[in-house]
Design a protein around this ligand. Structure first.
Ligand SMILES: C[S@@+](CC[C@H](N)C(=O)[O-])C[C@H]1O[C@@H](n2cnc3c(N)ncnc32)[C@H](O)[C@@H]1O
Length: 274
């Protein structure tokens, strides 16, 4: 009776006592079709390094190596589950491509991960969110069953259970300046981006004139948006910006206009303020 009571209190608090540790979620394995869907949704491949946070019996890491050729790391507090995972990896013949760390996922360096998978409780996901947002832009995060609250997923699939996918967005909020060689002459664009997770919008000032930004999108480190070059009312044209964000620099190409009136211009912007 007391054990049941302790488990119920732990469930309510979102922590589960393991020997010597307080686990943030109990061991409940993901069904194999859900594991498969998580890895398919994240488009896992041989170039990937996948970290499963709270890896249980290792099934996600082992499947990533066996069916998708990825390298994988499982992070798990429970020693017995780590031993079981290592045995599972040997049986699947993937022990060279995977490893299991018996440690706290909150104290794990995730910087080499290109894919993160997790099946944890909502409050744990919420605590993890700031760490996940600081991963390399473009890192894919897949969660089984529970989402990340205000950070809306880029994709949801449902096959028995919900599988959520997020792409870690680059940080673009703030003021950027771009010098762009337009047909009418060199122009300075001062662009103020607002950002909420992967959602962005912005306004630009071009030589002191306000110009609205349209169709702004951010996926990982890929950014695109449109500003109308309205310098000459008779020859207005949309400027389709596309580029890549790397720290305080974004650069790429602008397509000006459409069809046979289209021209291509290189652009680069530098972050100059918050
Ligand atoms: C719901 S199970 C998911 C297992 C596996 N990822 C799957 O989907 O089949 C959650 C696992 O997270 C582990 N866990 C909970 N808190 C942890 C922490 N702070 N660090 C590492 N592992 C943790 C638990 O021991 C449990 O095995």
């Amino acid at each position: 009776m007391r054990a049941v009571l302790v488990a119920l209190v732990a469930l309510a608090a979102g922590t589960f006592p393991l020997i010597g540790f307080a686990a943030d979620a109990p061991f409940v394995p993901s069904p194999q079709v859900v594991v498969d869907e998580m890895l398919r949704a994240a488009n896992v491949g041989p170039q990937d390094v996948l970290y499963d946070l709270g890896s249980g019996d290792g099934r996600i890491v082992i499947t990533a190596a066996r069916k998708f050729g990825a390298r994988g790391v499982g992070v798990e507090l429970d020693e017995h589950l780590v031993i079981q995972s290592e045995e599972g990896a040997r049986q699947a013949g993937v022990e060279q491509r995977v490893k299991f760390l018996q440690q706290d996922l909150f104290k794990t360096d995730l910087s080499e991960a290109t894919v993160i998978t997790m099946y944890l409780l909502p409050n744990v996901n919420r605590r993890l969110r700031p760490h996940l947002l600081n991963l390399k832009p473009g890192t894919r995060i897949v969660a089984h069953d529970f989402d990340l609250d205000e950070w809306k997923p880029d994709q949801v699939t449902t096959i028995r259970k919900n599988v959520f996918l997020w792409i870690v967005p680059a940080k673009v909020g703030g003021r950027w300046v771009a010098r762009v060689p337009l047909p009418g002459g060199m122009r300075n664009f001062v662009i103020d981006f607002r950002q909420m997770f992967q959602a962005i919008d912005g306004v630009a000032r071009v030589e002191g004139q306000q110009a609205q930004m349209w169709e702004a999108r951010l996926r990982g480190d890929r950014i695109s948006f449109v500003i109308v070059d309205g310098d000459d009312r008779d020859h207005e044209a949309s400027l389709y910006f596309e580029g890549r964000v790397a720290g305080n620099v974004m650069e790429g190409e602008i397509r000006r206009g459409v069809g046979n009136a289209q021209s291509t211009i290189k652009w680069q912007a530098v972050k100059v303020g918050p």
